[in-house]
Design a protein around this ligand. Structure first.
Ligand code: ATP
Length: 368
């Protein structure tokens, strides 16, 4: 039995003329969960969201919501509501009438729709401003009206296309907490498209990372962040360094990898591997130590400091190593300020074999 609000995407594709914007996507989003879709500009996030909302029809495949095939159903019939990025409020209507608008379209009597609109405005803490016009609101307030307007239709699924992108950093963090609270209270499915990795990680029960129209990885945020499948996910989500090399030796439960520059790394063997196989792995930036003298003969990488950025709770140190990618280390701020570094310093970074994560493929491109 499907749960209300469960979304099943079955072999969905979408082409515009000869251009395939989405394809092939197979995914189940659990009813009542908070799902964030993230990926670079043009990767197909909004197109997928718009197909779930019914604003686009898939070229092939099926969409089920709560067990019903909604693929060709009209927007208003499928139990979804879409909150637009620019909020799309009616400038000539006050807040109460903005929120009540869709009930009016559905022929709900004036007294009932105004009562329901007020209840919804109370939920988003804007009841006192019910008679104001949208132009008399702050960005955060406008966003809450748009939420109330989407929720009044009592959807099983709320679709949010970059809902926080128009807000400043302070308001964005505040509204992020409010969105999560609202989703917890309502218990409906939220699908939230974002460009911001920390936003996806903070909010979601499931993060879907897309690239070139396909899903690269869909998992709990901790898995996405800590155990990215591919170099693409590790680089895109951030917080990790990607190291590439070849297998130089295999021993029982460990393998030794060697980079082109001759650095050697000991890491747990995760699958059948032979000497000469290419390998790439990720090491979390916050699990790396910077030392002046290597304490171990493996899992160290020499580098030259190229930049240092104080981030408040930690210090971000960029190193140039023999690897192509910039190698970044997050240092504890107290530790850093005991021995500050400057551009040009030669340092050694080292880490434990337990803090590495194997990746599939060995280059930049997705799908490798
Ligand atoms: P962004 O983060 O920049 O909003 P996105 O991941 O949401 O990007 P989409 O809006 O889904 O990307 O677009 C995916 C691709 O499909 C893009 O290359 C876009 O130009 C193309 N596309 C989207 N809508 C249409 C359309 N109506 N006609 C033709 N191409 C389209």
């Amino acid at each position: 039995m499907s749960k209300p609000g469960e979304i099943v995407l079955e072999e969905i594709t979408k082409s515009f003329g000869n251009f395939q914007a989405v394809g092939v996507v197979d995914q189940v989003i659990e009813g009542g969960s908070y799902c964030c879709m993230i990926g670079p500009s043009g990767c197909g996030k909004s197109t997928l969201l718009r197909m779930i909302a019914g604003h686009e029809t898939p070229t092939s495949g099926r969409i089920l919501i709560g067990g019903n095939d909604v693929t060709t159903m009209r927007t208003g019939e499928r139990g979804t509501a879409l909150m637009f990025q620019d909020y799309a409020l009616f400038p000539h209507l006050n807040l109460k009438d903005n929120v009540a608008f869709s009930l009016k379209i559905h022929g709900v009597a004036k007294a009932t729709r105004q009562e329901q609109a007020m209840e919804m405005l109370e939920r988003v803490e804007l009841a006192e401003l019910a008679d104001r016009m949208p132009s008399e609101l702050s960005g955060g307030q406008r966003q809450r009206v748009a939420l109330a307007r989407a929720l009044i239709t009592n959807p099983q699924v709320l679709l949010l296309d970059e809902p926080l992108s128009a807000l400043d950093e302070f308001l964005r963090l505040k509204m992020r907490v409010e969105l999560k609270r609202l989703q917890d209270d309502l218990g409906i499915t939220f699908i939230h498209v974002t460009h911001t990795q920390p936003e996806a990680i903070a909010l979601a029960d499931k993060v879907i990372v897309m690239d070139h129209g396909i899903i690269e990885q869909a998992d709990h945020p901790r898995v996405i962040y800590d155990q990215p499948h591919s170099p693409y996910i590790a680089r895109f989500m951030g917080g990790q360094n990607v190291v590439t090399g070849t297998i130089a030796a295999t021993k029982d439960s460990h393998v030794v990898a060697e980079t082109e520059g001759g650095a050697r790394f000991n890491l747990p063997a995760k699958r059948e591997m032979s000497v000469g196989d290419p390998i790439s792995f990720a090491v979390r930036r916050d699990k790396i130590r910077i030392v002046s003298k290597a304490e171990q003969d493996m899992n160290t990488l020499q580098g030259e400091v190229i930049n240092v950025e104080y981030q408040g709770t930690f210090v971000k140190v960029g190193l140039k190593t023999a690897q192509d990618d910039e190698f970044i280390v997050y240092m504890d701020d107290h530790e850093y300020f005991e021995n500050p570094l400057k551009a040009g310093d030669a340092v050694i970074s080292e880490w434990s074999s337990d803090d590495v994560c194997h990746l599939l493929g060995s280059n930049n491109s997705s799908g490798d």
